[in-house]
Design a protein around this ligand. Structure first.
Ligand SMILES: [Zn+2]
Length: 499
């Protein structure tokens, strides 16, 4: 048995000014991994592709690894980057294989294609019309009818923070491997509802997504479905297919797959008002944070989350915290390669004044970048490579680029050169920061921080700053998403979209 195993992951925020070249899909080098280097990098990790590798080994299959690329969310993927990765995957399939196992995101928009994953599957089908294809997807997938039509098996994360990547890979691959062994006949049904849940209300730790994901897991445990997935969708993508969807795979029972996927979608639609997030004015959030006695208090700068396409360099929240006189604090992170260079030139222990952050303009919001002058001592300069401790993407190598800590005496600010969301304690350890010992911890994150740092937070204060991950949809100029759609259109009818 010969399997093609590949990864090509990107969540595209069409409002983001951050470019997405091929190098963004690499870790610690200029291009995504290929060949046996993929196997070495991901075997034993808590990722979907890690699960594929284990499944291939267990089946005694020969596996080839044309490419593994995973970029932090940003603007549309550059055409050359897409062609590089998609080309390698299609070429490997064209050489002949028994099945294809793909670790994709599901919300990839390229310079040329609204639906990067659907386009990839279309190209694979051109060279291999009948090969079984298993696809593991992120919960933030904007599912297209093409993806549902062309894949043999689809499974998406059932947790947000995403701590079930490995299980999802196994759930996606199992029906396809069973098909090859003649033990199952996977059929798939998918659909959508016209709704754009706010990311800040999407966590599976909270209602209503907790109950919807629990029901999806029940469908699998009871044997009703081979896999069942509800995708919350990724709203910061102004494309027609953005929004919530569901996909269910059963063993040969198309009608039941349809009934179950509609059940998940009906649950989501009924709970649509609970998926609406109402931001608090920043001034009130800061005042509330200052009145809290016991720490650590997590201060979420959630409008600028790099794991949703944020530039990770807007200074609104950090400036407000400095002005409020907050102390005993650390912040992760400001992404500013030029500032890191200045810190490196000065050296550890030196006192520097930096024009920090604000290097990116935000044209989709009509805003210019606004740096903040900050003075502090340079502490702990590092190359920025670290390995996730988990539970999210356990064992995977992460790369914040050259990085250091600027310590103002009141706030220790992590300054980094590549986008990483603070969801893992290892990101702090490598910089010599111990958030557990701080009264305040500012994070540029929305939900994923809860994976590795949730247990240490005594209190959480959500701070509405500036950025392309704004939870205030009125700040975003939606032009292409299908309409009507809730909550952009309050009186939206519950149109069932069947794929
Ligand atoms: Zn996601």
């Amino acid at each position: 048995m010969r399997l093609v195993i590949a990864q090509m992951k990107h969540e595209t925020n069409t409002f983001s000014p951050v470019p997405t070249p091929l190098a963004r899909f690499a870790r610690g080098s200029g291009a995504p991994l290929e060949g046996d280097a993929v196997r070495e990098a991901f075997k034993g990790t808590g990722t979907a592709i890690g699960a594929f590798i284990e499944a291939a080994d267990k089946a005694g299959a020969e596996a080839v690894y044309p490419v593994a690329g995973n970029a932090a969310p940003s603007g549309p993927v550059q055409a050359a980057a897409y062609e590089h990765m998609a080309g390698r995957i299609v070429d490997a399939v064209a050489k002949g294989c028994d099945a294809v196992l793909l670790d994709l995101h599901g919300a990839m928009v390229t310079e040329k294609h609204d639906d990067g994953e659907g386009e990839l599957l279309r190209r694979i089908r051109e060279v291999a019309p009948d090969v079984p294809i298993a696809v593991a997807l992120d919960m933030h997938t904007n599912l297209s009818p093409e993806m549902a039509r062309l894949a043999t098996s689809i499974a998406g994360y059932q947790t947000y923070p995403h701590v079930d990547m490995h299980e999802t890979g196994a759930r996606a691959a199992r029906p396809v491997l069973a098909l090859l062994e003649g033990k199952a006949r996977p059929v798939l049904a998918a659909g959508a509802r016209p709704m754009l849940p706010h990311v800040m209300r999407q966590s599976s730790l909270d209602s209503p997504n907790r109950e919807i994901q629990a029901r999806a897991r029940d469908m699998e445990r009871s044997g009703e479905a081979l896999s069942a997935t509800f995708f919350v969708g990724f709203p910061h993508a102004d494309i027609p297919i953005a929004g919530s969807s569901a996909v269910v795979v059963t063993d040969g029972d198309a009608a039941r797959a349809r009934t179950l996927s509609e059940e998940l979608l009906d649950m989501a639609w009924a709970a649509r008002e609970k998926f609406v997030y109402r931001p608090e004015p920043l001034r009130e959030s800061i005042a509330r944070a200052m009145s809290l006695r016991a720490g650590p208090v997590v201060l979420l700068d959630h409008y600028d989350n790099c794991a949703s396409g944020g530039t990770m360099d807007t200074m609104t929240v950090l400036e407000a915290l400095i002005e409020a006189g907050i102390e005993d604090a650390c912040a992760f992170a400001i992404c500013d390669p030029a500032a890191v260079e200045q810190m490196k030139r000065a050296g550890e222990g030196a006192r520097v004044t930096l024009s920090l952050g604000g290097k990116s303009d935000l044209p989709s919001l009509g805003l210019k970048g606004r740096p903040l002058s900050v003075t502090g001592n340079v502490r702990k300069l590092v190359n920025g490579l670290y390995r996730n401790e988990g539970p999210m993407a356990r064992g995977e190598l992460a790369d914040m680029g050259a990085a250091g800590v600027l310590d103002t005496g009141r706030i220790a600010i992590a300054v980094i050169s590549r986008h990483v969301e603070p969801h893992d304690i290892a990101a702090f350890k490598v910089l010599g920061l111990d958030p557990e010992k701080r009264r305040y911890v500012m994070l540029k994150s929305r939900v994923h921080w809860r994976a590795g740092l949730g247990p240490l937070a005594r209190e959480v204060v959500e701070c509405a700053g500036t950025g392309v991950c704004t939870s205030d949809y009125s700040q975003l100029n939606f032009r292409r998403v299908r309409r009507p759609i809730y909550p952009l259109d309050a009186e939206c009818p519950p149109t069932a979209l069947v794929f």
